[in-house]
Design a protein around this ligand. Sequence first.
Ligand SMILES: Nc1ncnc2c1ncn2[C@@H]1O[C@H](COP(=O)(O)OP(=O)(O)OP(=O)(O)O)[C@@H](O)[C@H]1O
Ligand SMILES: [Mg+2]
Length: 213
Amino acid sequence: MHKQGKFIVIEGIDGSGKSSHARTLTDQITQWQEAKGLPSCIYEREPSEDDPAGRLVRASLTKQVQLQPETLAFLNVASRIEHIHHLTELLYAGHCVVCDRFYPSNMAYNQTASLSMSDIYELNRVCLETLRPDAIVFMSVSVEESKRRRKSDSKRTSEELFETDAFQRAVHDRFIQVFDFLKDKETVRFVDAEADYETVQSRLWEAVRPLLD
Ligand SMILES: Nc1ncnc2c1ncn2[C@@H]1O[C@H](COP(=O)(O)OP(=O)(O)OP(=O)(O)O)[C@@H](O)[C@H]1O
Ligand SMILES: [Mg+2]
């Protein structure tokens, strides 16, 4: 049996607008698919809260537990191994899935002196043998604008583990390196996400819609 639904990943630095735009995209794809009599689109995010490894990663991001950086990198992979079982079930049942972060975030955030970007890619092979994205969209936003968006987001009460200016700048640069590394391995779409909500959403939709034909 073949995977029927499309698996679309949304990536970007903290506060770039991934979750908001990914949820709107999920609704847009659902409307598009249902008009053709096809199943709905499902929004998923990583790290997932649905497995113990993912819950530990989330607890670490909110600074409730302290872990070694390498532990965090490996837990991220462990959570993804669990999540992929759920994702493939959805995709095989014909649902499209929009996933808010996936292994490129693992590569951009969890590098250490002893764990390189390509090391983390290798760790993720165990996942990629089962499931590869149909497309990975990078929501390109400056560090300054992302910070403004995080600051004006009333739902955010405190800064997460990686949300310092210096780290965000490093992550921004690492994402560029990650997508350069992935350019021959994945279908990558860059969306200029610096603009207002409606403009960005229509750019995102234009980047994704051809996959649904
Ligand atoms: N295009 C946009 N223009 C202005 N504000 C935006 C835009 N997109 C999202 N926002 C706002 O920016 C804030 C951060 O957005 P969001 O939570 O979607 O970012 P994120 O990338 O998911 O962040 P994180 O990585 O921390 O989960 C929210 O308040 C959201 O409403
Ligand atoms: Mg988010």
